[in-house]
Design a binder for this molecule. Structure first.
Ligand code: ADP
Ligand code: MG
Length: 278
């Protein structure tokens, strides 16, 4: 079997919390997380708010350093790379954030926003070449090239998230980390963005670490899932297996709180049957 694109091993992140009287406590936000993501697949990390998902995402993006453990991308240990090599590597992994309003600079044109990560390339394209790359990234997310000269406020939440995804795609990354990328959107718009992410996986072989508090969307998008509770992955496996036969009470609680669309459909059918039986 080929090596996974992303291999996280025994990852830990402690935060120092200054208590009253200068005493320092530690909070273990991520606690011994290991997971592998195969190239061209979507791995969902799901768990309640505060369980450590964003901390994990920031470390995978090398925006924060772990207290212990390793993150390997394409075989390279990110935190063992010299700074220049890490800077070069950054083109291979890009992030999409939750807030489609706050994550785009309102004073910059969409073209400038989408082109921003191009500075990560050694020979950053300019002029026509840069415009063509922006147009291609916009087309990839279903937006017209003319969007480049417009500004974020001219777009809806779903369109803004498409712009954020175009920005993530512009360096032709191997991995995209999406942290609650659809959580702020209406259900119907969520479904559109999920379909877009799936089609990017299918068209470009994109690998996605998809982070969400909503287990209901995992079913729609992910190949594998890791369920996170208080910094630890408590249950992992293929999505169908974990959602249909959850082993952990915590996973069942998440499912009860946010039923998947399939479960909602089953319930509706069951209700229809019992209504007919009356
Ligand atoms: P999630 O994204 O799952 O909601 P986070 O990774 O944001 O969780 O947070 C996990 C835990 O770490 C929470 O208890 C949070 O308060 C804490 N935390 C996150 N960032 C920091 C920080 N910079 N300093 C101290 N504690 C933090
Ligand atoms: Mg978070």
């Amino acid at each position: 079997m080929s090596a996974p694109l992303l291999a996280i091993e025994n990852l830990t992140r402690d935060y120092a919390l200054r208590g009253t009287g200068g005493a320092t406590r530690h909070l273990r936000a991520v606690d011994g997380v290991s997971l592998d993501v195969e190239a061209g697949s979507i791995y969902a990390v799901v768990g309640e708010s505060g369980c450590g998902k964003s901390t994990l995402a920031r470390i995978v993006m090398a925006l924060d350093r772990p207290t212990g453990g390793t993150v390997r991308l394409g075989g390279d240990d990110l935190f063992a790379l010299p700074p220049r090599a890490l800077a070069r590597k950054r083109r291979d992994f890009q992030m999409v954030f939750q807030d489609p309003y706050g994550s785009l600079n309102p004073r910059h044109s969409v073209g400038r926003i989408v082109a921003e990560p191009l500075h990560l390339l050694d020979d950053a394209p300019r002029g026509r070449e840069r415009e063509a790359l922006v147009a291609r990234a916009l087309a990839d997310v279903g937006l017209p090239a003319s969007a480049a000269v417009r500004y974020p406020h001219e777009f809806s939440g779903g369109q803004r998230q498409r712009i954020a995804i175009a920005r993530a795609l512009i360096t032709n990354p191997k991995l995209v980390v999406a942290d609650e990328a659809v959580s702020a959107l209406d259900l119907s718009i969520q479904a559109q963005i999920l379909r877009l992410i799936l089609s990017l996986r299918d068209r470009h072989g994109l690998t996605v670490l998809f982070i969400t508090h909503n287990i209901g969307v995992v079913d729609e998008i992910a190949d594998r899932v890791g369920v996170m509770q208080a910094g630890r992955l408590v249950e992992t496996g293929p999505v169908r297996e974990v959602l249909d036969h959850p082993r952990e009470a915590y996973t069942r609680r998440l499912l009860d709180a946010e039923p998947t669309l399939a479960v909602l459909g089953q319930r509706r059918r069951a209700q229809g049957e019992s209504a007919r039986a009356l």
